[in-house]
Design a protein around this ligand. Structure first.
Ligand code: FES
Length: 151
C-alpha cells in the first residue's frame, strides 16, 4: 500500500521537533480526520536554513511532513512556496488516493509558516515576490496581471 520511501519517512521521520526561535510557525489541521501539523521555519536572508515539524496524525501525515521539511530546507521563500502537495507525493514515490489529503496538509503547513513569517516581518504576500508581475500565476496573481496588462 505504501512506498518504501513513505515507510522510511514514517518510521524514521526527519526534522521532528520544534525551533525555539523560529522565524515562522504555522499550524494546520484537517477537520475531517482531526490530524494536526505544526511547522517551524528558520529563515536567513530569504533562505530557509532549518525546518522542523510536529505532527499529530496518521503515518502518511508524518511521512509527508518529514519529506516537506527535507524539500524546503535550503530553498528560498519563493521556491518553498512553489512546492505543492504533488511534489511532496512524488518525492515519496506516491501515496494511496485515500491519503492524498495528508500531503495537502503538508503543503498548507508550509504556507501557514511562511505566512506567519511575512506577518511578523510586515510583508504582505505580494512583497515576497520582488519584481513579480504575476506572469506565471505561481503567486496567485495571474488575474491581477491580466487586468493590469489587458492580456
Ligand atoms: Fe489525517 Fe492523514 S488521515 S492527515
Amino acid at each position: 500500500m505504501y512506498s518504501e520511501k513513505v515507510m522510511d519517512h514514517f518510521m524514521n521521520p526527519r526534522n521532528v521537533g520544534e525551533i525555539e526561535d523560529a522565524d515562522g510557525v504555522g499550524q494546520v489541521g484537517n477537520a475531517k480526520c482531526g490530524d494536526i501539523m505544526k511547522m517551524y521555519l528558520k529563515i536567513e536572508d530569504g533562505v530557509i536554513v532549518d525546518a522542523k515539524f510536529k505532527t499529530f496524525g496518521c503515518g502518511a501525515a508524518v511521512a509527508t511532513s518529514s519529506m516537506a521539511t527535507e524539500l524546503i530546507k535550503g530553498k528560498t521563500i519563493k521556491e518553498a512556496e512553489m512546492i505543492t502537495n504533488k511534489a511532496v507525493m512524488e518525492a515519496l514515490d506516491g501515496l494511496p488516493p485515500a491519503k492524498v489529503h495528508c500531503s495537502v496538509l503538508a503543503e498548507e503547513a508550509i504556507a501557514a509558516a511562511l505566512q506567519d513569517y511575512r506577518a511578523r516581518h510586515g510583508l504582505d504576500s505580494d512583497s515576497t515576490y520582488e519584481g513579480c508581475s504575476g506572469c506565471c500565476g505561481g503567486c496567485g496573481r495571474l488575474d491581477q496581471h491580466d487586468e493590469n496588462n489587458g492580456e
